[in-house]
Design a protein around this ligand. Structure first.
Ligand code: CAA
Length: 394
C-alpha cells in the first residue's frame, strides 16, 4: 500500500491552497454575509483549470485524476465553500456525467464550454416532493416525436442562476417507475425556463441556490443522455462520483476549522499558559486530528478506486457519510476552542460550522448514505480491492 502523493498531485494541492488563501480568503466573510455570488473568483478558478479538472484535454479539460480533484476541493473548501460547491457540481456531476455517458456530438458541443468555465453547469434532480426518494420525479418530459416537452419544478439547485446548462432528470413514462426516467441537457436560455428567487441559506450563502421552473420547454431528442430509460441510473452513477467531491468538501471544512483552532490555541493564553497546553484543549485537538485523518483516508481511497476503475459507489457513500459527520462535529469543537471569538462572524470558524451542515444533506443525506452502505453490507459486497488480482473478503 502506498500512501504518498505524486509530484503532480502535490503541485495541484499547493496551487489550490495558494489560490484559496490568497484569492478566496479576502472578502469571503462579506460575500457570505451579503450572499454575493463569487463571480470574479469563479473566473479565476476557470483560468486555473479547476472547473474541468477531470475532463480530457480533447474536450478542453485538464485531464487530471480524481485524487487531484479531491486535493484541490479540500484546499478550496478550507476557505470558501460557495466556490467549492460550484466546482464540485461542475466537475463531478455535470462534466463527468456528460463525458462518461454523452454522445460524441453532445461532448463536442458542450464539454469545452463547461470545462473552461465559459459555461457553468447545474444538476437538476431534487424536487419539492422528491429529495431522498429520487425515483418519485414529478417533472415530466413527454415524447412529442422530434422533441420532448419538459414541465416541472426543481428545487435547491446549486448554480441555479449562474448555470448556462442544466442536466435535468424527468419522468418520461410514469408506468415504468424508475425505468421511465430520463436525463436531458437543457440550455438555460431556452423558452420556458424560469429561475426563481435565490435561497437565503444557513451556510454556503454566496452559492446561488434557486428553484427552477420548466414550462413547455422543447428539448431536442438529441439532448437526451443515453438509452431511453437510463436517466435514474445516470443520476445514481453520477452522484456516486459527486459524493466523493462533497466528501472532499466536508474534509476541507473540518481540516480548515482544525487549522484555525490549532493556531488560535497556541496564541490564546488562559490561567497563565497557552490554552493548547491545557489538556482539555489538547485532547480536543488530538481527537480532531485523528478523525480528520480517518476521513481523509476514506476520501482519498474512494477517489483512488474511481481512478483505478474499481467499484466505488459504497466507498464514496462511506467517505461522504464519515467526512460530513466529522466536519459537523469538529467545526462545533473549533468554535468551542475559540470561545466567544468563535461565535462572531469576523472569525472564520463560525462560517465553517454553518457550511458543514449542508454536507450532511446535499448529494444524498447521511441517512441516504446509510441506505447505500447497509445494502452493500447485507449483500456481503464489502471487500479490499487488489489491483489486477482477487478481491479480499472483509
Ligand atoms: N449505480 C448504478 N445503478 C444504481 C445505483 C448506482 N450507484 N444505485 C441504484 N442503482 C440502480 C439500482 O440497481 C436499480 O436498478 P434495477 O431496478 O435495474 O436493479 C435502480 O437504480 C433503482 O435503485 P433502488 O431500488 O436502490 O432505488 P431506491 O428508490 O431504493 O433509491 C436511493 C435508492 C439510494 C435512496 C436513491 O434514491 C438516492 O440516492 N437518493 C438520494 C438522491 C440524491 O442524492 N439527491 C441529491 C440531489 S443532487 C444535489 O444535491 C446536487 C447539488 O446541487 C449539490
Amino acid at each position: 500500500m502506498i500512501f504518498s502523493l505524486n509530484e503532480e498531485q502535490l503541485a495541484v494541492k499547493e496551487a489550490a491552497r495558494e489560490f484559496a488563501q490568497n484569492e478566496l480568503k479576502p472578502g469571503v466573510i462579506e460575500r457570505d454575509r451579503d450572499m454575493i455570488f463569487p463571480e470574479k473568483q469563479v473566473k479565476q478558478m476557470a483560468e486555473l483549470g479547476f472547473l474541468g479538472m477531470m475532463v480530457s484535454p480533447e474536450y478542453g479539460g485538464s485531464g487530471m485524476d480524481s485524487l487531484s480533484y479531491v486535493l484541490a476541493m479540500e484546499e478550496i473548501s478550507k476557505i470558501d465553500n460557495s466556490c467549492s460547491v460550484l466546482m464540485s457540481v461542475n466537475n463531478s456531476l455535470v462534466c463527468w456525467g456528460l463525458e462518461t455517458y454523452g454522445t460524441e456530438e453532445q461532448k463536442k458541443k458542450y464539454l469545452p464550454r463547461l470545462a473552461t468555465g465559459e459555461w457553468i453547469g447545474s444538476f437538476c434532480l431534487s424536487e419539492p416532493e422528491a429529495g431522498s426518494d429520487a425515483t418519485s420525479q414529478r417533472t415530466t418530459a413527454i415524447d412529442m416525436g422530434d422533441h420532448y416537452l419538459l414541465n416541472g419544478t426543481k428545487n435547491w439547485i446549486t448554480n441555479g442562476n449562474s448555470s448556462s446548462l442544466h442536466l435535468v432528470i424527468a419522468q418520461t413514462d410514469v408506468e415504468k417507475g424508475h425505468k421511465g426516467i430520463n436525463a436531458f441537457i437543457v440550455e438555460a436560455d431556452w423558452d420556458g425556463v424560469e429561475i426563481g428567487a435565490k435561497e437565503d441559506k444557513l451556510g454556503i450563502r454566496s452559492s446561488d441556490t434557486h428553484t427552477i421552473m420548466y414550462s413547455d420547454v422543447k428539448v431536442p431528442k438529441e439532448n437526451r443522455i443515453g438509452e431511453d430509460g437510463f436517466g435514474f441510473k445516470f443520476a445514481m452513477k453520477t452522484l456516486s462520483g459527486g459524493r466523493i467531491g462533497i466528501a472532499a468538501q466536508a474534509l476541507g471544512i473540518a481540516a480548515g476549522a482544525y487549522e484555525l483552532a490549532l493556531a488560535y490555541s497556541k496564541e490564546r493564553e488562559a490561567f497563565g499558559k497557552q490554552i493548547s497546553r491545557h489538556q482539555a484543549i489538547a485532547f480536543k485537538l488530538a481527537d480532531m486530528a485523528t478523525e480528520i485523518e480517518a476521513a481523509r483516508l476514506l476520501v482519498y481511497r474512494a477517489a483512488w478506486l474511481k481512478d483505478n476503475n474499481m467499484d466505488y459507489a459504497t466507498a464514496s457513500s462511506m467517505a461522504k457519510l464519515f467526512a460530513s459527520e466529522v466536519a459537523m462535529k469538529h467545526t462545533v469543537e473549533a468554535v468551542q476552542i475559540h470561545g466567544g471569538y468563535g461565535f462572531v462572524k469576523e472569525y472564520h470558524v463560525e462560517r465553517l460550522m454553518r457550511d458543514a451542515k449542508i454536507t450532511q444533506i446535499y448529494e444524498g443525506t447521511s441517512e441516504v448514505q446509510r441506505i447505500v452502505i447497509s445494502r452493500s453490507v447485507l449483500k456481503g459486497q464489502l471487500y479490499i480491492p487488489v489491483l489486477g488480482g482477487e478481491k479480499l473478503e472483509v
